[in-house]
Design a protein around this ligand. Structure first.
Ligand code: C2G
Length: 725
């Protein structure tokens, strides 16, 4: 029998994947020992659900908390012949247990399988919808799977990554050699155990068919993981873990490896923290302890390890505790690295200039930087706040716009600069106000007095940041980065009570800082002269007066990208068909999302289509359109203010909802219009638009009351009065 020891402390959101992956194993001679460590995230309901299929017994880890103590308790309770550790945030694939067990024989004590890393949940992983873990293939290419020490111990080359996971152990190996986790070590407890297990095992075999998947956490704030802890947190554990592991390692190969790990740590990680001249525990206590540990390094153990001669010399000096020599070596090393990065990285250079030069100038109380969609256009809330301020205050303020594209037209007296230019750093640093509808980069040095008004850019339908499960867009550290960025917002605009609620959870943001003012960009939709304005916009765009307009404005897809911030789009709308059916009556305005970089060739559709992807302001497109077709974009919340027809073309609904995002609304009930999956259905609906409008009248009105209840044409005024006093 295999005893699977599952430790659970936090991250209840991940546990179900782990338990389900046990329940679905074909090998059934198992018991699951779930150690519940702590008081948060009570797993009782899930344990109940999988109790029979995964044969779970749950124990509460009283007293000393931590994964080491929890695993020891699991070892004490286990009755199986074999042991497998499964963390609550990980899962196994397919036939893992069967494969591992089939390799066991009388002479073998450990069988290991493949360990893979992912940012994604099990459903996405097993269906192949999870993207490959960055850099993993390259790392694995350098490692020999059939060499147990290479594969199981050596692969990550860092103490923090050494893990007991992914292997099946003969239980007697733990008992005969009295191998247990050191409960004093909150981190690094696996190092000692692996050193002991791999030193004493008689035979170790591997099988690639057994797959253990380690899930990285994209959300350090709410679901922290041990292996993602910072060095500041883990450092104290290292001082006991290393000597402890060295004392139980009996195989020369393992001993050498431990010394190599320490050597790498001393040359690559420690110098970044140890600032000479600055009094801290790194300089005193940690340094002294590390010197003691470095004395255990035998220079011969490092030969052929991949550490350069320069590094080996440094480690030798470290072992002698020769501070003076180390200081010299380290200062020149760090200075060289710093100068190299500043010279080759313009942003770092500008940041340095900002810190040492610009920030010495006074703050400009009446300077405001406006940024709309990262400088790609002039639209949204920043544009309408700006126009209101121009009208009300004129020259009283200096207005600075970020323009990252040629051809952006902005009315009124203003200055401008390109994002990431030296001028940009200058203006950002000296201006008292920032008005932006997206997140601000962290690399722009900000003063304490700066006031950042975040307007955001839409009422959310699709789940955002902390309400998202997996992150399929390019940056897996998204949640961590957004958390830091949103701490810099002094105000956040919301369009309705629903958004106010969601913003608190998705950004983990304080209610007091949210201004439920309505959206300034929706003000023109309530203008008394809406029709005349619309006629002028139509004329500007060269659209014949007798043609009605359909605006097609879909959103982007998290998993269809070239790189972060640059997305692909494949058009599912059958334009040929629409042209045939509606070419006489309508013109189709095609508006792709600003993150999509693909440009569609629409020359074959003649006058029927109009490419408005680069048109600055989508509000103006709303004003002239007789009907909107969209998918999961927040555009419909704004468009609904006009009470004109909205059709939803959701050809990829299942994937978008179940894998990529998830929604805040019940889309079958709450949307202000019907959902269509195919072009046939859509064409039919446009033909019968009057019936569609009549059929959906009630739900449209309900939607309007819920989401458009604050907008009234005066949102800009409310925002400006509050923020600029
Ligand atoms: N937008 C646009 N053209 C499109 C789609 C969107 O100009 N074809 C603009 C609109 O101003 C819209 C905003 O981008 O309100 C946000 O668009 P979404 O499609 O909702 O996408 P996203 O940028 O992910 O915004 O809470 C807001 C959203 O949930 C996130």
């Amino acid at each position: 029998m295999i005893s699977i020891i599952v430790t659970h402390k936090q991250c209840l959101a991940y546990l179900e994947d782990a338990l389900c992956s046990i329940a679905e194993q074909s090998y059934k001679d198992i018991e699951t020992i779930l150690i519940y460590d702590g008081d948060e995230d009570d797993p009782t309901d899930l344990v109940e659900k999988y109790k029979d299929s995964a044969k779970i017994t749950m124990y509460k880890n009283e007293g000393t908390h931590g994964v080491a103590a929890a695993r020891n308790l699991g070892l004490d309770k286990a009755t199986g012949e074999y042991i497998m550790f499964l963390d609550n945030d990980d899962y196994m694939c397919g036939e893992s247990l069967q494969a591992l067990v089939s390799m066991m024989d009388d002479e073998t004590d450990i069988v290991y399988g493949q360990v893979r890393n992912t940012w994604f949940k099990r459903a996405a992983y097993v269906t192949g919808q999870a993207e490959a873990y960055e850099g993993e293939e390259e790392m694995l290419a350098e490692i020999d799977f059939n060499n147990p020490i290479d594969y199981c111990v050596n692969r990550y080359k860092r103490f923090q990554k050494v893990t007991v996971l992914g292997c099946l152990y003969r239980k007697s190996l733990f008992d005969d050699y009295n191998i247990r986790f050191n409960e004093e070590q909150y981190f690094y407890a696996d190092v000692r155990v692996m050193a002991a297990l791999f030193s004493n095992a008689r035979n170790i075999k591997g099988i690639e068919d057994a797959l253990y998947v380690r899930r990285r956490h994209n959300d350090k704030q709410t679901n922290p993981s041990l292996s993602q802890a910072t060095l500041y947190e883990t450092m104290p554990s290292l001082f006991s873990a290393y000597p402890d592991a060295l004392s139980v390692a009996t195989k020369a190969e393992i001993k050498d490896y431990l010394q190599y790990l320490l050597g790498r740590f001393i040359t690559l990680e420690f110098p970044k923290r140890y600032k000479w001249g600055e009094e801290s525990e790194w300089k005193n206590e940690y340094f002294d302890k590390l010197v003691e540990m470095a004395k255990t390094i035998n220079p011969k153990a490092l030969l052929g390890s991949g550490l350069k001669l320069r590094d080996r010399r440094y480690i030798k000096a470290f072992g002698k505790g020769n501070r003076k020599k180390l200081e010299r070596m380290q200062q020149s090393l760090l200075a060289r690295r710093k100068i190299e990065t500043i010279i080759f990285d313009k942003r770092k250079l500008y940041k340095t200039i900002t810190i040492y030069v610009f920030s010495k100038f006074s703050l400009k109380e009446n300077w405001i930087v406006f940024e709309s969609f990262m400088g790609r256009n002039c639209s949204g809330q920043p544009k309408y706040i700006y126009e209101y301020m121009q009208k009300e205050f004129g020259d009283k303020y200096t207005y600075i716009w970020l323009k990252d594209r040629k051809g952006i037209k902005i009315k009124g007296k203003h200055k401008s600069c390109k994002r990431w230019s030296l001028k940009y750093f200058y203006y950002m640093n000296r201006s008292k106000y920032w008005v932006t509808n997206m997140r601000q980069p962290l690399s722009v040095p900000r003063r304490d007095e700066t006031i950042c008004l975040s307007t955001w850019h839409g009422t959310p339908l699709k789940k955002l940041v902390f309400d998202m499960d997996d992150i399929h867009s390019a940056n897996p550290k998204y949640k961590e980065v957004v958390y830091k960025q949103t701490r810099g917002w002094d105000y956040l605009i919301s369009d309705n009570p629903f958004s106010t609620e969601v913003f608190q959870s998705c950004f983990q943001f304080e209610k007091e800082k949210i201004l439920e003012s309505g959206y300034p960009a929706n003000d023109p939709l309530y203008a008394p002269d809406l029709e005349e304005r619309a006629a002028k916009i139509k004329e500007k765009l060269g659209i014949p007066k007798d043609k009605k307009l359909i605006l097609y404005a879909p959103t982007w897809r998290d998993d269809e990208m070239y790189e972060a911030g640059e997305y692909k789009f494949s058009l599912a709308l059958d334009i040929d068909r629409l042209k045939k059916e509606f070419g006489d009556e309508y013109i189709l305005l095609l508006r792709l999302h600003y993150l999509v970089v693909d440009r569609l060739d629409m020359s074959s559709f003649g006058d029927f289509t109009k490419d408005v992807c680069n048109y600055d302001d989508i509000t103006e497109l709303y004003m002239i359109s007789d009907m909107l077709i969209t998918d999961y974009s927040s555009v419909f919340f704004d468009y609904a203010n006009l009470k004109r027809p909205i059709l939803f073309f959701m050809y990829d609904l299942e994937k978008y909802r179940d894998v990529l995002r998830g929604f805040y609304l019940d889309i079958d009930k709450d949307l202000p219009g019907p959902i269509f999956r195919t072009n046939d259905e859509l064409v039919d609906a446009i033909k019968n638009i009057d019936n569609i409008v009549a059929d959906n009248k009630e739900r449209y009105n309900q939607f309007y009351d819920r989401f458009c209840c604050v907008d009234d044409g005066f949102a800009a005024k409310r925002v400006v009065e509050k923020v600029f006093k």
